[in-house]
Design a protein around this ligand. Structure first.
Ligand code: SF4
Length: 384
């Protein structure tokens, strides 16, 4: 292994944007989901515990060297710059910078284990790695990882309890849908039963569970099924977080084959919001208490967020208030959001006058539904 270097994988959940990243496995062991283009060209590998420990040692060493330049809460930036320039390679510089950014701007108490499904690793290996993180980086208060539902369902309750005792705090899992029909169509390689069994085991071990739901991934024909069956899984499992990721059919993904064969018909942008509403309306606040999080720009109404046992009425009302707007106002807001303006629909008037008139003109002039959806898609395809 190159001196002063640790591996950095390509992705982490948005909620882990400020966490330190520790690569425990490389790429995705499943790699067949039709909507996903992340690791298609890369083979899966596990990393040896010894190599991962060496990475943790490099992180701890950089942390110590950076801390040595801190005096009375201030960093001596000149000394840090000197140290950075003397590092043996560009890769080492990137790693040093990552630790520095994590210490100064990130969440100093959080680390995320990469890549796509770390939970596939032998539990005793994972326990050794998690324990070593706790030993060498004692400031860490939260250790999180991705885990696919099918993998979670196969891990024993005892292994989960041991992982929790070693210090694993949260598992993120891309459930995408609670419907077996949808899961089969998108080749998720997991069933509703896996989601329920796996999710319950995670929760029973005292590990937080953060699941992802893709409104729209079932297309027009399975929209109702997607909403209802996902609500059912949420009610059964009571996850700590349900994170919304509105589905957009990405250019170049295998979903295009389903569309071209006529098996999949993408919903209109606005219909996916209706699907979110339906899913929310079928969550039972007596059974599900966690948080609905809309922490991705791809969701049309990012304000739809809150606790399932307290805020569902408000969330439904908020969606309804959007649908009560005149069609032109809905279109203007849709376009503004898809162009990347991060605002509540009530504050459209705060945009620059030139942006407002451009949006108004396009919203009025494009009357053909297909053309309108194609325009929105051109924007969304860019930022997912
Ligand atoms: S399990 Fe995750 S990373 Fe792997 S193919 Fe599916 S969505 Fe992509």
């Amino acid at each position: 292994m190159e001196q002063g270097v640790f591996q950095i994988g390509p992705i982490r959940p948005p909620s882990e944007a400020n966490s330190l990243l520790l690569r425990v496995t490389e790429n995705c062991p499943w790699n067949k989901c039709k909507f996903c283009m992340l690791y298609k060209k890369n083979d899966f590998h596990t990393r040896s515990v010894a190599d991962v420990k060496k990475d943790i040692d490099v992180m701890a060493e950089y942390r110590d060297r950076i801390l040595a330049h801190e005096h009375n809460g201030e960093y001596d930036m000149e000394a840090i710059q000197q140290e950075y320039l003397l590092l043996p390679s560009d890769e080492a510089k990137i790693c040093y910078q990552m630790v520095f950014t994590w210490m100064t701007e990130g969440d100093k108490q959080a680390i995320f284990l990469q890549d796509a499904n770390t939970m596939v690793l032998r539990p005793d290996w994972l326990i050794e790695i998690v324990s070593y993180v706790r030993e060498r980086l004692p400031e860490i208060q939260r250790i999180t990882s991705y885990g696919r539902a099918n993998t979670l369902a196969r891990i024993s309750p005892e292994d989960f309890k041991n992982l929790r005792a070693a210090g694993l705090d949260r598992i993120h899992s891309g459930y995408e849908s609670g419907s077996d029909q949808v899961l089969t169509m998108i080749s998720k390689g997991a069933t509703q039963e896996d989601e329920i069994i796996g999710g319950k085991k995670v929760k029973e071990a005292g590990i937080e569970l953060s699941i992802y739901f893709m409104p729209g991934v079932g297309g027009k024909s399975l929209s109702n099924e997607n909403a209802m069956e996902t609500a059912k899984v949420i009610n059964e499992v009571n996850p700590d977080f349900v994170r919304l990721r509105t589905f957009v059919l990405r250019t170049g993904s295998l979903m295009e084959e389903l569309r071209d064969s006529g098996m999949y018909k993408e919903q209109r942008d606005i219909e996916k919001l209706l699907e979110i509403r339906k899913m929310l309306a079928h969550i039972d606040p007596k059974k599900a208490h966690g948080k609905i999080a809309s922490d991705h720009i791809i969701n049309l109404l990012q304000e739809v967020t809150g606790y399932m046992d307290q805020d569902l009425p408000w969330m439904l009302e908020y969606i309804d208030s959007f649908f009560a707007l005149p069609e032109l106002e809905q279109k203007k807001y849709q376009l503004a959001r898809r162009m990347g303006f991060p605002l509540d629909w009530k504050y459209l008037y705060r945009l620059q006058p030139s942006d407002q008139s451009r949006i108004e003109e396009m919203s009025k002039n494009i009357v053909d539904d297909k053309e309108w959806e194609a325009l929105l898609h051109r924007f969304t395809d860019r930022y997912i």
